[in-house]
Design a protein around this ligand. Structure first.
Ligand code: NAP
Ligand code: ZN
Ligand code: ZN
Length: 347
């Protein structure tokens, strides 16, 4: 076991603070990674604060991890020392069930080991995330990065990127598809960039009028302030909507913007349940569905797509000591558009 520096919460109501955690010695198939950067996802905040149900403390969040390989287990085949790599929202799974075999490890029927607030397959060792200097991960759950990419701007792809790429791909977004994105935060800004790169015509719905200029710069064609009447006037325009909102809100005005048979995909996970009226679905035969990150194979595909299309995240690079204030700004929707922690600053 190696002690490493980290940042974490010891209860739902205490700010995150420096901690020491233990990382295992690499087993035969493990890769030891020196973390360079880790993004701050709103899921980190929901979890650190116990908003989605009980959290196991101490909680070291972080699942948008990039870094360099510094040590290899003796059977590792896919990586070598010095490789630039990524780790996303899960670090292991049973590997044997239908979903694992089908490259959907996030839906493992036995045990998806999430990067933090989870238990390793042995059911006794808690997992700690990327707000730390090092992590040890089985090679099958480590992503390859092309050399020379802007690492800090790649980090958010490991969650925000795959979470938006996966449903855009599944619903066959292509040139001319009309895509709506609700909420212009970490996930939302990646949804805009990726949908644009797939050829879509993108409309952003935001509660923040001041984000208009950025939305257009990121690739949106239309920007609608969701608290204005413009939303009600925007009827039957869209094929697909990605809803990235992190809090309870009314779906009806957004369903109204879908064409007949259109689909609203929930990726935002409000801690409180949302209400939906049957009326807003039956007229126009609309669908509401959800989507959870993506499997390793699809995450690798997304990373390759983003490298090819030069799609990276717009980030604000911070020091570890700024994590708590960054949480507050994220909650207020004031980040452009992802905070990323410089792992050299863990003390
Ligand atoms: P974020 O950066 O905080 O962005 C959320 C955006 O939603 C805000 O910037 C804001 O955009 C809008 N918003 C916030 N509160 C709102 C409210 N009360 N009413 C309407 N709009 C509101 O968060 P994120 O990191 O993108 O994550 C978004 C959600 O996705 C979180 O719930 C997170 O846990 C979840 N998530 C899910 C998955 C998955 O696999 N399904 C993966 C990662 C994250 P505007 O200012 O533009 O309105
Ligand atoms: Zn996330
Ligand atoms: Zn499985």
């Amino acid at each position: 076991m190696n002690k490493v520096k980290a940042y974490g919460a010891t209860s739902a109501t205490t700010p995150l603070h420096p901690l020491q955690i233990e990382r295992r010695e690499p087993g035969p198939y493990d890769v030891s990674i020196e973390i360079a950067y880790c993004g701050i996802c709103h899921s980190d905040i929901h979890t650190a604060r116990g908003e989605w149900g009980p959290t196991q403390y101490p909680c070291v969040p972080g699942h948008e991890i990039v870094g360099r390989v510094i040590q290899l287990g003796k059977r590792v085949k896919k990586f070598k020392n010095g490789d630039e790599v990524g780790v996303g929202c899960f670090v292991d799974s049973c590997g044997k069930c239908f979903q694992c075999k089908n490259h959907e490890e996030q839906f493992c029927q036995n045990h998806t080991v999430y990067t933090y607030n989870s238990m390793e397959l042995n059911n006794t060792t808690p997992t700690y995330g990327g707000y730390s200097t090092h992590i040890v991960v089985h090679e099958d759950y480590v992503l390859k990065l092309k050399k020379g990419l802007p690492l800090a701007q790649i980090a958010p792809l490991l969650c925000a990127g795959i979470t938006t790429y996966s449903p855009l791909k599944r619903y066959k977004v292509k040139k001319g598809t009309k895509v709506g994105v609700i909420g212009l935060g970490g996930l939302g800004h990646m949804a805009v960039k990726i949908a644009k790169a797939m050829g879509a015509h993108v409309t952003v719905f935001s509660t923040s009028p001041e984000k208009k200029e950025d939305a257009l710069r990121l690739g949106a064609k239309t920007f609608i302030v969701s608290t204005s009447n413009d939303l009600n006037d925007y009827e039957a325009q869209l094929d697909l909507i990605l809803d990235t909102v992190s809090a309870k809100h009314d779906f009806a005005p957004y369903l109204n913007t879908l064409k007949m048979d259109g689909t609203l995909v929930l990726v935002g996970i409000s801690p409180e349940p949302n209400e939906v009226s049957a009326m807003s679905l039956v007229f126009g035969r609309k669908k509401i569905t959800g989507s959870l990150i993506g499997g390793i194979k699809e995450t690798q595909e997304m990373l390759n797509f983003c490298a090819r299309k030069k799609v990276f995240s717009d980030i604000e690079l911070i020091q570890a000591a700024e994590i708590n204030q960054s949480y507050e700004r994220t909650i207020k929707g004031q980040v452009k558009f992802r905070f990323v922690i410089d792992a050299k600053t863990f003390t």
